[in-house]
Write a protein that binds this ligand. Structure first.
Ligand code: HGY
Ligand code: MN
Ligand code: MN
Length: 412
């Protein structure tokens, strides 16, 4: 029975973690940044050293192929992968695990001389974390990137996608050319850490993912009037930050109370302008994110929060501008891929449970063009999007072997 080379996988995880490494542990490796581009070059070298073909598409997606050197409708490929970009001060496994376990699987299959009937491809999708736009690389690959939007795509602190890509040697205007030929992907399966506490607390080694949440991101701008923080009477102040704070607390309660129990929300970006301690904030900007596994619930919550923002503005005499940034839809994972992951667990004698993913993933874009699914391994303590994100080495090996058998099942 073919198995992965666990030592080689762990060594590659440690090597990739060097790019953007932080002194206290963890990593910052934003897409198109110098550490990310150095990691891209390293990954391409590892793909070639594993005896695979390698190529990069106009959206910056990196591919390694076994029996393929491009995507062709005539020879649909089984694809696995994830991402090598990270959030700021993130962990070394979010994304990296799926890319490197996928690489290890193709490497082990090639070494074993197994001859799957279909080509196998491992992918590293660009900007999964959406610094410049949600799930960018896989969205381009699946033909859902709006070319007209590209010039205005930017990070929350105003860095344009076109400039970031140009610095990395890419022409953002060409990204839509990354769209795969129709029918070129036979199936997609992604290995990822759960990034939450459910598997770890249940003591279950593998999750078969049955659905993935939709994520809405909206920028809200609350505009009052800058004023002297000492001389302006309290009752005359039009404080943009207090309006944003009022909205934030009430929006959180709204999503928790009316979200059906599985909706969550977060406000992780706040800008206050002019941003001096002795000036009443004339303006505050926040990025409000909400998630739900149910599309109707997500739409209803988004509408309710926009109404709340207007109500807060009117009540405080503050202008409110609502800019919708991105909206991914919840997807059901392919029953066929779920069955293949389940069969792999059974053949390896591993317990498993079904979970919905409370994180967004590239697999939800791939679900638009093929049978797409995921499997999770536990995150120790449920920690992720923080520098002490980690999983047990044995869990990593188990996940990679389940991925290997799932790929062989889907490819033969
Ligand atoms: O934010 C997410 O859900 C994922 O980690 N990109
Ligand atoms: Mn992430
Ligand atoms: Mn991820």
């Amino acid at each position: 029975m073919t198995t992965v080379n666990a030592a080689r996988l762990h060594a590659r995880i440690a090597s990739l973690a060097r790019f953007g490494a932080l002194p206290g542990g963890g990593v910052t490796r934003s897409c198109w940044s110098p550490p990310h581009e150095e990691a891209r070059a390293w990954l391409l070298g590892e793909i070639r050293a594993a005896g695979l073909t390698s190529w990069v598409d106009p959206a910056g997606n990196v591919f390694g192929g076994l029996g393929a050197s491009s995507f062709r409708s005539e020879t649909p490929a089984v694809v696995t992968g994830s991402h090598i970009d990270t959030v700021p001060e993130g962990g070394i496994l979010d994304g990296a695990l799926g890319v490197l376990a996928g690489l290890e699987c193709l490497h082990a299959i090639r070494e074993a001389g197994a001859a799957p009937r279909r080509p196998l491809v491992v992918a590293a999708w660009s900007d999964e974390e959406g610094r410049y736009g949600s799930l960018f690389g896989s969205r381009a690959f699946c033909g859902r990137l709006d070319a007209a939007a590209i010039p205005s795509m930017a990070s929350v602190d105003g860095e344009r996608l076109m400039d970031a890509m140009a610095r990395a040697g890419f022409d953002a205007a060409r990204a839509p050319q990354a769209a795969a030929p129709v029918g070129a992907v036979h199936a997609y399966v992604e290995l990822h850490i759960e990034q939450g506490p459910r598997l770890d607390e249940a003591g279950v080694p593998i999750a078969v993912v049955d659905s993935i949440v939709g994520v809405r991101r909206t920028r809200l701008i609350f505009t009052g009037q800058a004023d002297h923080a000492g001389t302006t009477p309290m009752e005359r102040r039009r404080d943009g930050f207090l309006a944003a704070a009022d909205y934030s607390l009430r929006a959180r309660d709204l999503v928790v109370e009316r979200g059906g129990g599985r909706s969550v929300t977060n406000i992780g970006v706040v800008f206050v302008h002019p941003g001096a301690s002795n000036i009443v904030p004339g303006r505050a900007e926040i990025v409000h994110e909400m998630r739900s596994p149910d599309a109707d619930t997500l739409e209803r919550l988004a509408q309710a929060c926009e109404a709340l923002a207007r109500e807060v503005g009117e009540g405080r005499g503050i202008g409110v501008e609502i800019r919708r940034m991105s909206a991914t839809t919840p997807v059901a994972c392919s029953p066929r891929v779920q069955a293949a992951v389940e069969a792999a667990c059974k053949s390896l004698g591993l317990a498993f449970q079904r979970l919905y993913s409370a994180a967004g993933h590239d697999a939800q874009n791939l679900a638009l063009i093929t049978d797409s699914g995921m499997l999770f391994i536990p995150s120790r303590g449920g920690k992720s999007h923080r520098v002490d994100e980690t999983s047990d080495p044995e869990a990593i090996e188990r996940g990679a072997n389940v991925l290997l058998h799932t790929l062989l099942d889907l490819a033969t």
